[in-house]
Write a protein that binds this ligand. Structure first.
Ligand SMILES: [Mg+2]
Length: 227
């Protein structure tokens, strides 16, 4: 799709659009503390591009030594969602990543449909973006609450984008922007174009090695197909 403007661009949130400064990890920790009387450290799991339902399940299993029941999982998810917005609002390390504030209006202005693909539960995704006023840019999304599998939630995002566009999107002109090799794999699993952005914990080399079709140092760099 060299030189051709994308029809749609799907963005990951954590490490791609914003860094919440650890608000997610602190929220899971407090959720655990409220329910089970002690905090847990899930920092490693959340930053790896894993979906919220998987983070919740794995953390529970590691902590309690067994699988969570349906009600236990529901309680944990709601305990997390109930504290996340406050942690996001108060987080000292919260920041919008380089180039985001300029890129989103440029893409929208060029007639590119914008959506989200994120492992975050839908309400958590909007809480993370709300502090920076970024929700306004996204017409649809695929979320961790749609599937614990990133490929599947990316497919879901594409289908929702097609409903908004009211026509089939050409997968060669739908870009998925993310900061981890899992985002690259999810883009390709859904048949879409992967744009790796080395704005967080992964390097350009790691994203290229993962097979990204385009690799950017940050979203301040020239964006594929955008003149
Ligand atoms: Mg990410």
């Amino acid at each position: 799709m060299a030189g051709e403007a994308p029809e749609a661009v799907l963005f990951d949130i954590d490490g791609t659009l914003v860094d919440t400064g650890g608000a997610g990890a602190r929220s899971w920790a407090l959720a655990f503390e409220r329910l089970y009387g002690h905090a847990v450290d899930i920092g490693v799991l959340t930053d790896a591009g894993m979906t919220d339902p998987v983070v919740a399940r794995r953390t529970f299993e590691r902590d309690q030594g067994r699988e969570p029941g349906a009600r236990e999982l529901a309680r944990l998810v709601h305990a997390y969602l109930s504290v996340l917005p406050d942690f996001v609002e108060r987080s000292e390390g919260y920041r919008v990543l380089d180039g985001v504030d300029e890129l989103l209006p440029r893409l929208a202005g060029a007639g590119v449909l914008l959506g989200l693909t994120t492992g975050a539960i839908e309400a958590a995704a909007h809480a993370k973006l709300g502090r920076a006023g970024l929700n306004r840019w996204f017409a649809f999304g695929g979320y961790g609450s749609d599937s614990s599998d990133r490929v599947e939630l990316t497919r879901r995002a594409l289908l929702r984008g097609e409903r908004v566009a009211h026509h089939r999107l050409d997968p060669r002109r739908v870009l998925v922007v993310g900061d981890t090799p899992l985002d690259v794999a999810a883009a390709h699993g859904a048949g879409l174009v992967a744009v790796g952005v080395a704005s967080h914990h992964h390097t350009r080399e790691q994203l290229a090695e993962a097979g990204a079709d385009h690799v950017l140092g940050s979203l301040a760099e020239p964006f594929p197909g955008l003149v």
